[in-house]
Design a protein around this ligand. Sequence first.
Ligand code: MN
Ligand code: MN
Length: 464
Amino acid sequence: MSEKKTAAEALLYAPENGCARISAEEAARCAAYCEDYKRFLDDGKTERECAAEAVRLAEQAGFRAYVRGEALQPGDKIYRINRGKSVFLAVIGSEGLAHGVQIGGAHIDAPRLDLKPSPLYEDSELAYLKTHYYGGIRKYQWVAVPLELHGVVALKSGEVVEVCIGRDAGDPRLVIEDLLPHLGAEQSKKPLGEAIPAESLNILVGSRPLSDVEKDAVKVNVLSILHEKYGITEEDFISAELCAVPAYQATDIGLDRSMIGAYGQDDRVCAYAALRAILDIDRPKKTAVCLLVDKEEIGSMGVSGMQSAAFDTFIADLCASCGGVDREICYERSFCLSADVTAAYDPNFSEAYEKRNSARLNYGVGLCKYTGARGKSGASDASAEVVARARRMLDDAGALWQMAELGKVDYGGGGTIAQYMANRNIDTLDAGVPVLAMHAPFETVSKLDCYMTYKAMRALYEEQ
Ligand code: MN
Ligand code: MN
């Protein structure tokens, strides 16, 4: 080896594709992990379904519902579910909570089309549901794709009826129609963002009139079907949360099966990594905390979002259960990986990315020092020391990682729950899976990156 090459090796930072860097045993563990992850995706297409599935998996792994005021011991595994939409899990460490906790936080809500409070109408003998989109979507992507309807209807009596149409084999599905190209000349002249207005995202749900009904017979027929199946009437839509989501199952992508395509991988890919990691650890030194939260896609607002005091209350309760530690002292010494996806470099749209600082498929979990838009607006911007700690932690655990920025400066931007954790005086760094076509009805990730994100979350919970 020449002296020059040695100097280059010693001095240059040269990230490598992870596929060549992992052993056959590790590749087999990665493949098995991804099969479990695909099942998790198919079982949870809303935050409520993900929360329920997380609790089911946690109980299977020996976690139990936390009771406020109970005394907790090292090794105890507990969870609290917040209003059916977010979940906090913890494994009590051998050190006290005064030493801080290790937090893995991800979100389980995803962009979708919510039904409006008064959604059902008939036009030209066709029945439709009006929608209001949730999160950042490109509206043109949601037409002419099969949809399912998931959610709940809360009745005046207090009973909550679960609705799920389209998931099971043999179920009917729903769709929003697009204009045929033969008549699309005028529509095609419009900018992409204007071609499909929000108020045209109306879901087709029926075309057959109920006999002997004079007015709106197609709509009445749809209502009679819903009444028969769920016992609901039109007024009950007012207190419902019904979400139209793509009717896609998670599937391998590529002839080499190296990738996964599915709906809602932002951020269930990181949520599953954070969850699975805490289920797989036993007796950490520091208390491990996993957060699966709602409402990230609309700003982390509300009682089930990361800005909610529900998390502060949970940690205060844990502190009380572990010998009466001050919550603020616990926060000050805690460390959080905000586990959320980042954009993967897409050579089809190279103009939107700055290649030297973009995450790439198969290079491992993407660490983002900052998110935000323009001059880092809205970013918590982790300190150099926090990034160094993450480098050390991940390298020691053999979790492959890369640095990531969302795309070119001034091309757009985004945010995560990181700022809301950092605002609590918790050192926080964004870390997550790079995604192709993020927020599309069908998103793509690399299996290796999924598995490395799991390893990163385990490294966090088991940091010494
Ligand atoms: Mn996200
Ligand atoms: Mn998102």
